[in-house]
Design a protein. Structure first.
Length: 526
């Protein structure tokens, strides 16, 4: 990575003030009187739309995203904006289809929902799958990327950076669960918006303003949908492939959806998802555009992954640099704390209570959830250090591919299960077991370029083909072995759960406005 200016004493002072502020805020929230029926994992089901939106966005916006977004902006322009703006249709799907079902059935985890829709075996399969996914992708990989960055700019050893970041994250999780994470996220996300806006503004004027961007940046850098022959992200890969990961990530992943599960009512949950969509519009100007600006100001970087920190180091004064580093820490803490909370919820409620202590009291469950969060943090440090031993792999470019091969089974089970009442538990279990093995096998062969690189289509289009095949498999098994399910009517689109509460008119208006703005952006940038 490119060389950065060393942090000054003022930078470290700013970082220390930030960390102390987060700790004090966490202690204050955890010390507040809790309700007797408190749910540690779902913030007592008390979250409003602002906390939900900031928490979902904060879980999504981590240091790895900041660095990767600027890197892609440096090399290809705003095409990565599809991963932000194309998320809005699936946030709408969450708000209008999945959230009413989740909230009306009062579930705590998504495996619990699958268990009610199908059977207990389905719940356990998804629970174990979710634990592995959270440990590897949410915790291990994010911790490694963030600790690597922190160690480079502070000269700390990697293990020390891992321990520091994991320690702060587990404190927030253990101290107050999702409520602490959600409320501290409001502060942290406002900080991210402020500092990223300052950096973008400074870089914009340093680059020479709009005339310089028009003259010095290739025209195709401003195109969202690339032609078929584009080697990075052709239009068909985005249009067909992103929905597979979009449904999984925004509608069925515990770490993302748990904020909506903690909503005080359906309207707040739907507005929270809408607010997340508005925040996602900021990803391009705050995280991707800096990469384009760096392309103008510092052409010829040896490592594009250093684009964001190059701007920070070279353009911002002492103190402000420390604040931006604090922002990166804020994003990482938000992601790790939300993931640790999800880990505790799934393990205790979907596995431990069901098999080992069915009559466990609330205090026992809360205590065990905190222990699981602590163990998860330790495992995350070990996984991160293990990832650091892997040589010759570009983690940034392969991250989307890894997620693309994990998504098809879960997307299939939730979509078919919710949209089609005749979907059976046997079919869901076949897809989650054999479908997952098939997707992982294909993913390994794809990354190993076996039998050859030319043999495989783009990984996002391949993800779409896998999902399509699994959908056909689930339908075929359901028709071949029909089953009677008492919950099918209540837990599918149009079922009785949806009939109990209608979507408020204000929610519809906010969503209509967001959709119109998104359509306008796609028209303008194509």
């Amino acid at each position: 990575m490119d060389t950065y200016k060393p942090l000054t004493a003022l930078d470290f002072a700013v970082m220390i003030v930030y960390v102390i502020s987060i700790i004090v805020m966490g202690m204050w929230l955890s010390a507040r009187k809790r309700k007797q029926d408190e749910n540690l994992f779902l913030a007592e089901r008390s979250l409003g739309w602002a906390s939900i939106g900031f928490n979902m966005w904060g879980t999504n916006v981590g240091p790895s995203m900041l660095i990767a977004s600027a890197s892609i902006g440096y090399t290809t322009g705003i095409v990565a904006g599809n991963f932000s703006w194309f998320a809005i249709p699936f946030l709408l799907l969450l708000a209008m289809v999945f959230a009413p079902l989740y909230l009306k059935t009062s579930i705590t985890t998504l495996p619990e929902f699958v268990g009610r829709r199908f059977n207990q075996t389905s719940r356990e399969i998804l629970a174990w799958y979710s634990l592995v996914t959270i440990l590897v992708s949410w915790l291990g990989l994010n911790l490694y990327v963030s600790a690597l960055l922190l160690s480079q700019i502070t000269a700390w050893p990697l293990w020390a950076s891992c321990l520091a970041l994991a320690g702060l994250s587990v404190f927030l999780t253990v101290a107050g669960g999702l409520k602490t994470v959600a409320h501290t996220n409001v502060f942290q996300m406002l900080l991210i918006i402020l500092t990223a806006s300052v950096l973008t503004g400074v870089a914009f004027f340093k680059a020479g303003g709009l005339p310089a961007l028009i003259q010095k940046v290739p025209a195709d850098y401003w195109t969202l949908l690339k032609p078929t022959g584009d080697p990075t992200f052709p239009w068909y890969a985005i249009v067909f492939g992103y929905p597979v990961g979009g449904v999984w990530f925004w509608c069925t992943d515990q770490s993302m959806v748990q904020s909506v599960l903690g909503a005080r009512n359906q309207r707040q949950g739907q507005l929270g998802a809408n607010f997340t969509g508005w925040l996602k519009l900021l990803d391009v100007p705050l995280f991707i555009l800096p990469g384009v600006l760096c392309f103008v100001i510092f052409p010829g970087l040896k490592n594009p992954d250093g684009a964001y920190m190059t701007l920070v180091s070279q353009l911002l004064p002492a103190g402000m640099t420390g604040l931006v580093v604090s922002v990166l820490v804020a994003g990482l803490v938000s992601t790790l704390a939300s993931a640790l909370n999800s880990l505790g919820a799934i393990f205790t409620l979907d596995l431990y209570v069901k098999h080992f202590e069915p009559g466990a009291q609330r205090d026992r469950i809360v205590w065990l959830g905190r222990v699981v969060a602590l163990v998860g943090a330790v495992l995350a440090v070990l996984i991160a250090l293990g990832i650091s031993a892997i040589k010759g792999m570009d983690l940034f470019s392969k991250l989307q591919a890894i997620l693309g091969f994990l998504a098809p089974p879960m997307t299939t089970v939730f979509l078919v299960g919710v949209l089609w009442r005749r979907a059976t538990a046997t079919a869901a279990n076949v897809v989650m077991t054999f479908g997952s093995l098939a997707c992982i096998t294909v993913g390994v062969c794809y990354m190993a370029e076996f039998p050859s690189k030319a043999f495989w289509p783009h990984f996002m289009f391949l993800s779409f083909l896998l999902c399509l095949a699994l959908c056909l498999l689930m339908v075929a098994v359901s028709l071949a072995r029909p089953e009677k399910g008492d919950n099918a009517n209540a837990l599918t689109l149009g079922g009785s759960a949806l009939d109990r509460e209608r979507t408020a008119a204000s929610v519809k208006w906010f969503w209509a406005l967001l959709v119109l703005v998104t359509i306008g952006l796609y028209i303008f940038f194509n």
